[in-house]
Design a protein around this ligand. Structure first.
Ligand code: GLV
Ligand code: MN
Length: 195
């Protein structure tokens, strides 16, 4: 989804002052082999949190060599029973492959149709750009997925955090009206997320 590059590479200068659409390139004379390799997805993530999942992002911010190239990857670790919560990527289609475990992968369309399937090692999925999706570990063992995106910075809107853990807070009367519930329900959800 990102625009095509106009040069062989443009290793991001993340401290660059201009950032109209991506990052400026670091001077070619400063480019080294290390700019084309990234270790950040090699370690198992810490799933000891309330969702029981962890997403390591290999996007342009973590791996500046991706700048302007229109691709990136994530590593997703999910404990048994854990969930990578419903979220969407505003700038990219996502494809993923299960490396370990058994996962329910689900997505919802703009017309509120729900599609899902249980996947095991070697099976792939695709999430069209912008659609809300999740992965739930329905197996007994830990699950591991690698995902790929057609953007160097796909972005992630994680719905529970977006609505209930924003800064500043979304007004309570917006949430009670949106979900058709009383205030204590909103208080309980917000307190769960430290809101
Ligand atoms: C999984 O949905 C991911 O965004 O990596
Ligand atoms: Mn995703």
């Amino acid at each position: 989804a990102d625009p095509d590059p106009l040069q062989d590479f443009c290793i991001a200068d993340l401290k660059g002052t201009i950032s109209v659409n991506g990052f400026p390139c670091k001077p070619g004379s400063n480019v080294t082999s290390d700019d084309f390799f990234f270790d950040g997805l090699s370690q198992e993530g810490n799933t000891n949190n309330s969702f029981g999942s962890s997403v390591a992002q290999g996007n342009v911010l973590a791996f500046p060599g991706l700048n302007t190239l229109g691709i990136s990857m994530n590593r997703v670790d999910i404990a048994p029973g854990g969930l990578n919560p419903p979220h969407s990527h505003p700038r990219a289609t996502e494809s993923g492959i299960v490396v370990q475990g058994t996962l329910l992968v689900g997505l919802m369309t703009t017309g509120n149709v729900f599609y899902s399937k249980n996947l095991t090692a070697g099976q792939m999925f695709v999430i069209p750009r912008g659609l809300v999706h999740f992965q739930l570990n329905v197996g007994q063992e830990k699950a591991l997925i690698f995902t790929a995106f057609n953007s160097h910075l796909p972005g992630a809107v994680v719905l529970p955090l977006n609505l209930f853990a924003s800064t500043p807070s979304v007004p309570d009367n917006v949430l009670t009206k949106a979900f058709q519930v009383e205030q204590p329900v909103i208080d309980e959800i917000k307190s769960t997320f430290g809101g």
